[in-house]
Design a binder for this molecule. Structure first.
Ligand code: KIV
Length: 263
């Protein structure tokens, strides 16, 4: 086994082969996911809701993400590991360097930040200092109070065009991956086709290069799951088969189907 790198993910995009990503927060699940062939994992600030019982991701701290990144890395030494920079941990370029360093030291291969072109300077300073960056556009949960709730983004032409513009600007600034959350399938396809870098969708239809799901949604643990979430455990019967089913359905394009997408 060799470590998964961005070169592998770029190659998948080139070959138009889809890949599955899942959130992980501890070493046992990380090991189980890796054992089923999941090669990309995210230590998401969704842990605020999934693990800490909060209503939003806002209470999550950099120390929380550092701790869980260490745990996941211990269970999945070869996975390509993305770690979220939580709310207010990248408010200035200098602060983002300090906090990104903590995540990279804990075992992350890449950090993820939420937002559009206001992040350009942050992306430049991080990438120049050898921190690979993933951006997160669409529904950005850290901005839930500005967005007025967890709503599908880019439904009208103006906001769709803004998202396309932001995605292109972020790519030019140096991001190597983009997560698109809760946008209509057609818009996600346009952005995926427009960018050279791999695009990972969540609630963004099945035309993106990859998919990510919160593990608690994929395993039917979340009490009120979002529309795009599918309980793979229900169909598979056990956890290992559920993860394998998720991976297979992402790779074949069967998930997300229309029922789990926004059109
Ligand atoms: O925090 C998280 O788990 C995420 C995913 C929903 C993409 O950002």
């Amino acid at each position: 086994m060799k470590p998964i790198t961005m070169a592998d993910l770029n190659q998948l995009k080139k070959e138009k082969r889809k890949f599955a990503t899942i959130t992980a927060y501890d070493s046992s699940f990380a090991q189980l996911f890796a054992g089923q062939g999941i090669n990309v994992m995210l230590v998401g600030d969704s842990l605020g809701m999934a693990l800490q019982g909060a209503d939003t991701t806002i209470p999550v701290t950099i120390e929380d993400i550092v701790y869980h990144t260490r745990c996941v890395r211990a269970g999945a030494p070869y996975t390509f590991l993305i770690a979220d920079m939580p709310f207010m941990s990248y408010a200035t370029p200098e602060q983002s360097c300090e906090n990104a360093a903590k995540l990279m030291r804990a075992g992350a291969n890449m950090v993820k930040i939420e937002g559009g072109s206001w992040l350009n300077d942050t992306i430049k300073i991080l990438t120049e200092r050898s921190v690979p960056v993933c951006a997160h556009l669409g529904l950005t949960p850290q901005s839930v109070h500005v967005l007025g709730g967890y709503k599908v983004q880019g439904r009208d032409e103006k906001s769709a065009n803004q998202l396309i513009k932001d995605a292109i600007t972020l790519e030019q600034a140096g991001i190597q991956l983009l997560v698109l959350e809760c946008v209509p399938t057609e818009l996600a396809k346009r952005i995926t086709d427009e960018l050279q870098i791999p695009v990972i969708g969540i609630g963004a239809g099945n035309m993106t290069d990859g998919q990510v799901l919160v593990m608690h949604d994929a395993l039917g643990i979340t009490a009120r799951p979002p529309k795009f979430a599918k309980n793979f455990l229900e169909e598979a019967g056990n956890m290992r088969d559920a993860i394998r089913l998720y991976k297979e359905q992402v790779e074949s394009g069967a998930y997300p189907d229309k029922e789990h997408s926004f059109n």
